[in-house]
Design a binder for this molecule. Structure first.
Ligand SMILES: CC(=O)SCCNC(=O)CCNC(=O)[C@H](O)C(C)(C)COP(=O)(O)OP(=O)(O)OC[C@H]1O[C@@H](n2cnc3c(N)ncnc32)[C@H](O)[C@@H]1OP(=O)(O)O
Ligand SMILES: O=C([O-])CC(=O)C(=O)O
Length: 393
């Protein structure tokens, strides 16, 4: 049955699920995972502990966490056939496309769709969290003509990922800051990729398809892909002196120009994650030297928020604005920023996958039809462009 209802572009303000995974108050600057403020988790927890919290809904005991970490360590390696498949990917392809393809390919090896079997669910969670970082690093090495670096069993989750990417054991500060970045990106209520994951999950397909759908959604520049575009924008601006001329040029060409890394459907104050990322960038700069684009980013924020009135309109830096500046200091190339976001958000997607299965009903919204009715079929020889729509004149 169809009923008259108001159409909200982008489903703004429409609840798409009941969820206890995370909570945001976009005016007060609050983000909580399972009720715990993100600021606390970022400094007291680890990414794998947070993944456990999100997916199983409670903080693990010491033994539970140790068992989870061991399982993940054990499953980090990827099958030779997946590596061989990835070797055939074009080296110029974007790592997000490589990630989406390889995440989907895991389903070729592990899919059973035993969605009522808790052991299957746990195995899928472990495999996805364990193998996705390995696949991101492997593609990066292979596109440069090198063999992938095997996971190092002596290293924790984040240190191991940085090692597989750079062939260098990171110092503890680097590994810790990277791990905190993963915590910040792990979950964010009903964002586009999580919605995509839940829609896909609701068909009762396998978890690898769920994650592949979500990766594809995250890749777009309006979502996770913005972190890479921010760096491109800062590089294009080039210097602090060019910030104002750049802003003026963009707004003259298009008064509604979208500056990457600014604005958010939910945050109407500066995203608390952007504040933390900015602090951690500064922490890294103290030891490793300042990034030339950091000052450009600060000036751009000031010009847009204070001088161009973005602040009054609730348009502030989002999570994607400062993350790339942290990753650059860790020696990570721009086009891996979004795959790294994906490595982290897998935790949130899996939590929503599990939650969706617990209360599942297939997603099948409606639409407001705006087309024609009962048109006659026009034979090919009678068609001209102007006749195609109504078939009458
Ligand atoms: C992990 C993440 O996904 S975080 C978001 C990452 N994406 C980006 O950084 C891309 C840039 N930002 C954007 O495109 C948007 O702010 C989005 C996609 C994040 C949110 O989009 P929506 O909630 O649909 O907001 P919408 O695009 O309608 O913007 C509302 C108003 O703010 C303005 N606005 C929003 N973002 C920006 C921006 N980055 N630069 C300039 N103006 C902006 C819009 O022009 C619009 O103005 P109007 O009311 O005068 O028409
Ligand atoms: O919530 C959103 O719309 C975007 C998102 O995933 C985030 O900010 O982390």
């Amino acid at each position: 049955m169809t009923t008259a209802c108001e159409y909200k572009p982008g489903l703004e303000g429409i609840p798409a699920a009941q969820s206890s995974v995370s909570y945001i108050d976009g005016k007060k600057g609050i983000l909580e995972y399972r009720g715990i403020p993100i600021e606390e988790l970022a400094v007291k927890s680890t990414f794998l502990e947070v993944a456990y919290l999100l997916i199983w809904g409670k903080l693990p005991t010491k033994e539970e966490l140790a068992a989870f970490e061991t399982e993940i360590r054990y499953h980090r390696r990827i099958k030779y056939r997946i590596r061989d498949m990835m070797k055939c990917f074009p080296e110029t392809g974007h790592p997000m496309d490589a990630l989406q393809t390889s995440a989907a390919a895991l389903g070729l090896f592990y899919s059973r769709r035993a969605l009522d079997d808790q052991a299957y669910i746990r195995a899928a969670v472990v495999r996805l969290l364990a193998k996705i970082p390995t696949m991101v690093a492997a593609f990066h090495m292979m596109r440069r003509g090198n063999d992938p670096i095997q996971p190092n069993d002596n290293l924790d989750y984040s240190a191991n990922f940085l090692y597989m990417l750079t062939e260098r054991i990171p110092d503890p500060q680097e590994a810790e800051i990277f791990d905190r970045c993963l915590i910040l990106h792990a979950e964010h209520t009903m964002n586009a990729s999580t919605f995509s994951a839940r829609v896909t999950a609701s068909t009762l397909t396998d978890p690898y398809a769920v994650i592949a759908s979500a990766v594809g959604t995250l890749a777009g520049p309006l979502h996770g892909g913005a972190n890479e575009e921010v760096l491109e924008m800062l590089e294009e601006i080039g210097s602090v002196d060019n910030v104002r001329p750049y802003v003026e040029k963009c707004l003259k060409q298009n008064p509604k120009h979208k500056f990457m890394g600014f604005g958010h459907r939910v945050w109407k104050v500066k995203d608390p994650r952007a504040i933390m990322l900015q602090n951690w960038a500064e922490e890294l700069f103290e030891k490793k030297g300042r990034d030339e684009y950091y000052d450009v980013a600060i000036k751009l924020e000031k010009v847009l928020v204070e001088e161009k009135g973005f602040g009054e309109r609730g348009i502030y830096p989002n999570v994607d604005y400062y993350s790339g500046l942290v990753y650059r200091k860790l020696g990570i190339p721009n086009d891996l920023f979004t795959p790294i976001f994906g490595i982290s958000r897998v935790a949130g997607w899996l939590a929503h996958w599990k939650e969706q299965l617990e209360v599942n009903r297939i997603y099948r919204p409606t639409q407001i039809y705006t087309g024609d009715h009962a048109l006659s079929y026009i034979p090919m020889e009678e068609r001209v462009v102007s006749l195609q729509r109504n078939g009458k004149n």
